[in-house]
Design a protein around this ligand. Structure first.
Ligand SMILES: *Cc1c(COP(=O)(O)O)cnc(C)c1O
Length: 456
């Protein structure tokens, strides 16, 4: 059969409240044109993020009932730990309430003024945590990864030449080498197993710990299986294990590839690093056998990790993005190709060349998409990355609109509706003028800043 169907039936539904364009225009204005400030009830299709928004399975809900809420030594922790270790063979698995809590602990160990931390592309919370500690974050993704039109199969790869030069130049001020799989901020593009091994080898040659931000490890492994030579006949589990077996530690948002609504973890092999992490954990998150999570959450994650490596699921998951990209492409709308793992990315810089990057073309598209179809997306461009640590503002490398798909949540007709909204937007886009920011916080401004539309 040619059609790749959603490999699940629906057992429990959530109604979507329909709204009119006039209502949505008023709601967006009242939210100061920040999509994060909208009430989710006023959104028809919510593609703001794939974080914690997926549907749990019947087996996960059943596991929730098994959750043991003991403060210390809960069997739910051990089931969680075993599930993680089946995929990621680290000695110490330390739960946290979400990914950024794991990052904060990592940075409490490795961050601080004068430090320099390289990655392919740091995700915004990773960068935020590093910079808040006084350290600097560097993105060393390969050139193909910055070209939305490049069809290179592993556009999330780190540039090994640049990494080597970086390690030479920065020397002792580099506390660790990181990599994000898949490369969320760079279009959800995968990193090859070969590149992961190459980065690990370089980090180790220079005596640095190698830490993987593993949020979308399963999607990344699916791409490796599809695209990397010699990986076609291997199981997703074996590929995942290979990726993590060369690392010294990892951070994880279990709201992504663990089918959780909440959760995360930090893992290390080294005993002393794990001890430092646990001390910090007790101060900020909780005792090491629950780490800010309820026992029932740990159970849901333990089960989710079994389900996320299912190939039928992964085939459907990646196909959703490809399907939309093919249709947008046919409409002449520039999209990041090939399709990434968790999201479709529209290249607003080339679609709306009449809007200067510092008038936020991707934010402009995201706002209009909401007005037209009630679809909530997310700007990944100069709003998110434009403000520099020295207070100046400069354009980001790309101006992307991210349509992130919650896991197992929307169907093909929802996808068709999204494409139709873009068709309407294509007819209106030449009249759009962009935005200015009228109020912003010191760090990570995109979550809470206020905008005003420009009219000239
Ligand atoms: C979501 C995400 C994080 C942060 O995790 P939270 O659970 O949202 O705190 C870190 N890195 C990447 C790549 C992510 O996608």
């Amino acid at each position: 059969m040619k059609t790749i169907i959603e490999p699940f039936r629906i057992k429990s539904v959530e109604p979507i409240r329909m709204t009119t364009r006039a209502e949505r225009e008023a709601k967006l204005k009242a939210a100061d044109y920040n999509l994060f400030a909208l009430k989710s009830e006023d959104v028809i299709i919510d593609l703001l993020t794939d974080s914690g928004t997926g549907a749990m399975s019947a087996e996960q809900w059943a596991a929730v009932m098994r959750g043991d809420e003991s403060y210390a030594g809960s069997p739910s922790y051990y089931r969680f730990r075993d599930s993680v270790q089946e995929l990621m063979p680290f000695e110490h698995i330390i739960p946290t309430h979400q990914g950024r809590a794991a990052e904060a602990i990592l940075v409490s160990i490795f961050g601080g003024a004068g430090k320099h931390v390289p990655s392919n592309t740091h995700f915004d919370t990773t960068r935020g945590n590093i910079e808040a500690s006084g350290a600097e974050a560097y993105d060393l993704v390969i050139e193909e990864g910055k070209d939305p039109a490049s069809l290179y199969p592993f556009k999330g790869n780190m540039d090994l030449g640049k990494l080597k030069a970086f390690l030479e130049e920065k020397g002792d001020s580099v506390p660790m080498v990181m990599i994000t799989i898949t490369n969320n901020a760079g279009g959800g593009q995968p990193v090859s197993l070969e590149n992961i091994r190459g980065v690990a080898a370089l980090a180790h040659e220079y005596g640095k710990p190698f830490i993987i931000d593993g949020c979308r490890f399963s999607e990344n492994a699916w791409f490796i299986k599809q695209r990397e030579e010699g990986q076609q006949d291997r199981s997703i589990k074996d590929i995942v294990r290979d990726c993590f077996s060369v690392a010294d530690g990892m951070t994880m948002s279990a709201k992504k590839d663990a089918f959780g609504n909440i959760g995360g973890w930090i893992a290390f092999n080294n005993d002393s690093l794990a001890e430092q992490a646990r001390v910090r954990l007790i101060q900020t998150e909780g005792f090491p056998t629950y780490g800010g999570l309820a026992g029932r959450d740990l159970e849901a994650l333990a089960q989710g990790l079994h389900e996320i490596i299912d190939e039928d699921y992964l085939r459907y998951r990646i196909r959703t993005n490809e399907y939309i990209i093919e249709k947008l492409d046919a409409l002449g709308i520039p999209v990041v190709k090939p399709a990434g793992g968790h999201a479709v990315f529209v290249d607003a810089k080339s679609w709306l060349p009449h809007i200067d990057p510092l008038k936020y073309p991707a934010h402009t598209v995201a706002c209009k998409l909401y007005e037209i179809g009630g679809i909530r997306s997310c700007e990944i461009g100069s709003v998110m990355f434009g403000r520099q640590t020295d207070g100046s503002e400069k354009p980001a490398a790309m101006e992307l609109v991210r349509l992130a798909f919650p896991r197992r949540t929307y169907t093909q007709s929802h996808a068709d509706y999204v494409v139709e909204a873009f068709e309407q937007l294509a007819a209106e886009k030449d009249q759009l003028k962009g935005f200015k920011i009228i109020r912003e916080p010191k760090l990570m401004r995109h979550f809470t800043c206020s905008f005003a539309p420009l009219d000239g």
